[in-house]
Ligand binder design. Structure first.
Ligand SMILES: Nc1ncnc2c1ncn2[C@@H]1O[C@H](COP(=O)(O)OP(=O)(O)O)[C@@H](O)[C@H]1O
Ligand SMILES: [Mg+2]
Length: 402
C-alpha cells in the first residue's frame, strides 16, 4: 500500500486496478486540546484505515492511501487512481463529506459510494428529514432551533442534536430532555460547543435498529441489527449517546451493544420496506446504513442515513455494518469490497479488476440477496414496484415538509 505522497511500489502493477482510498484519520492525542472530547469522533484510526486498505488489496487491487486533507485535490489530480474508495468524512465545513466526491467529479475520476448531493443532504439532519417527508417515509417530528425558546410545538420528551454531525457527536446522555429549561440548556450547549443550530426531535421510545444496504438497482438489505440498550448502566437513557458509543463501551469492558435476532416477520418486512424507500429517496449509491426507531405505536421511523457507514474491523468493536455483513456470511474483506464491486459495475470498470476474485464476490452477494426475503415474495415484489413508482423526481416540498 503506497501512502499519498510516496513513490508507487516497484513491481510493474500497471495492469492492476488502482484504488485510491480517501480517508480522514484521528489526530494523535495531544493535537486536539481545547476542543470538545468528541470533536474527531467521525474520523478513523490507523487500524481501521489500514484494515480497509488491506481488504481492498486482498482482491488483487493496488491501493494508494490518500489522506483527504487540504492537499487532497492535488493528490487526486496527480495520482489519478482508476477509482476512489471514498471513506473521507471531510475536514471542515457544512459540505465536508461532499468534498472528495466533488473533487473526483471535477477531475473525472470515478468514485465509490454516494455523490456530493446525497452526502451533503445526509449530513444535515433537517434537510434529510425534508427528503424523507417528501418521499412519505416516517421520521420523528422536529424543529430546528438557533436559540432558546419559551414554547415548542412538539411533545416532550425530546432529543436535542447538532444539526450536522454524525457518530453521536453532541448527543450526550443529557440530550434527552423533558422540559423547556432542559431543552434550552441543550440548545445553548450545541450552539456554543458545535457552532451550529440544534434540531429538537420527538423522542421515539421503542426499539432501535440499524440496517446496512449494498448495491443499486435491487439493493441487498443486510440482516437487521438491533441496539441493546439494556447493556448500559442503569442511570443511562436508552439512546446511542456519545457515552454509550465511546465511554461506557470500551475494549477493556466491552458491552454487547448490538444484536441480530429474529424479529417478528411483519416488523422485519416493514423495516426493510422503509429502508429501501429511504435508500431510494436519497439516491444512495453502492452502500449506506440507515438508523431507525419505533414510535410509541410501534411504527418504524427513520432517524438518519449514513451514506459513509463505519467499518471498524474487529467484530467486538460493535461496528454495525461489519456485524451485519458477518451475520450475512460476508467476511470483513468481502463486505468492504462489496460496495466497490457495485461501483465498478456502475462505472463499467469491472473488467479492470481481478476477474476471479470479483466474480466470486458477485456470486456470494447474489447468494446473500437470495437469502434475504426482501423481494422474493409476491408481496416483496409488489413493494419493490411501489418503491420504483415513488422514485419519480419531485420538486415540490409542500407535502408536509418541515
Ligand atoms: N428521535 C429520536 N428518538 C429516540 N432516540 C433518538 C432520536 N434521535 C436520536 N436518537 C438517539 O441518538 C442516537 C444518535 O442519533 P442519530 O440521529 O443517529 O445521530 P448520529 O448522526 O450522531 O448517529 C441514535 O442512535 C438514537 O439512539
Ligand atoms: Mg446515527
Amino acid at each position: 500500500m503506497a501512502a499519498g505522497g510516496l513513490p508507487v511500489p516497484e513491481r510493474d502493477n500497471r495492469a492492476m486496478l488502482h484504488v485510491g482510498l480517501t480517508f480522514n484519520k484521528k489526530p494523535e492525542s495531544g493535537e486536539a486540546q481545547d476542543l470538545p472530547d468528541d470533536f474527531f469522533a467521525e474520523f478513523d484510526t490507523d487500524d481501521t484505515i489500514l484494515a480497509i486498505g488491506r481488504a481492498l488489496e486482498s482482491m488483487g487491487n493496488r491501493v494508494t492511501l490518500i489522506e483527504a486533507d487540504e492537499e487532497a485535490y492535488g493528490k487526486l489530480r496527480r495520482l489519478r487512481p482508476d477509482i476512489v474508495f471514498n471513506f473521507a468524512e471531510g475536514i471542515r465545513g457544512e459540505s465536508r463529506e461532499s468534498h472528495v466526491p466533488a473533487f473526483c467529479e471535477m477531475l473525472g475520476i470515478p468514485y465509490h459510494g454516494s455523490g456530493p448531493l446525497t452526502l451533503g443532504i445526509g449530513l444535515n439532519k433537517a434537510r434529510s428529514k425534508e427528503t424523507l417527508i417528501v418521499h412519505g417515509v416516517p421520521t420523528p417530528r422536529s424543529v430546528v432551533l438557533s436559540g432558546p425558546v419559551s414554547d415548542i410545538p412538539l411533545r416532550f420528551p425530546l432529543i436535542v442534536k447538532p444539526i450536522a454531525e454524525g457518530s453521536s457527536k453532541g448527543i450526550r446522555n443529557d440530550s434527552l430532555v423533558r422540559d423547556i429549561d432542559a431543552l434550552n440548556a441543550q440548545v445553548r450547549l450545541v450552539l456554543s460547543d458545535y457552532g451550529q443550530a440544534a434540531i429538537a426531535e420527538e423522542f421515539m421510545p421503542g426499539d432501535e435498529f440499524t440496517v446496512g444496504v449494498l448495491g443499486n438497482e435491487e439493493p441487498i438489505v443486510l440482516p437487521i441489527i438491533k441496539k441493546n440498550f439494556g447493556e448500559l448502566p442503569p442511570e443511562a437513557n436508552p439512546i446511542d449517546s456519545f457515552e454509550a458509543k465511546w465511554v461506557w463501551d470500551t475494549p477493556e469492558k466491552p458491552l454487547n451493544m448490538i444484536a441480530c435476532e429474529p424479529l417478528p416477520k411483519a416488523l422485519a418486512r416493514e423495516i426493510r420496506h422503509v429502508v429501501i424507500a429511504t435508500y431510494r429517496a436519497f439516491d444512495c449509491k453502492d452502500w449506506a446504513r440507515i438508523d431507525l426507531r419505533l414510535d410509541a405505536e410501534g411504527r418504524v421511523n427513520v432517524l438518519e442515513i449514513n451514506p459513509i457507514p463505519g467499518l471498524l474491523p474487529k467484530l467486538e468493536e460493535n461496528s454495525c455494518l461489519p456485524r451485519a455483513g458477518h451475520e450475512a456470511g460476508l467476511s470483513y474483506a468481502e463486505l468492504v469490497n462489496a460496495p466497490l464491486y457495485y461501483a465498478l459495475i456502475r462505472h463499467d470498470l469491472l473488467h479492470k479488476a481481478e476477474q476471479k476474485a470479483y466474480a466470486r464476490l458477485g456470486e456470494k452477494l447474489e447468494a446473500v440477496r437470495r437469502a434475504v426475503p426482501t423481494f422474493n415474495t409476491p408481496q416483496g415484489r409488489r413493494q419493490l414496484e411501489e418503491l420504483r413508482a415513488i422514485e419519480t423526481p419531485r420538486t415540490s416540498r409542500k407535502a408536509g415538509a418541515a
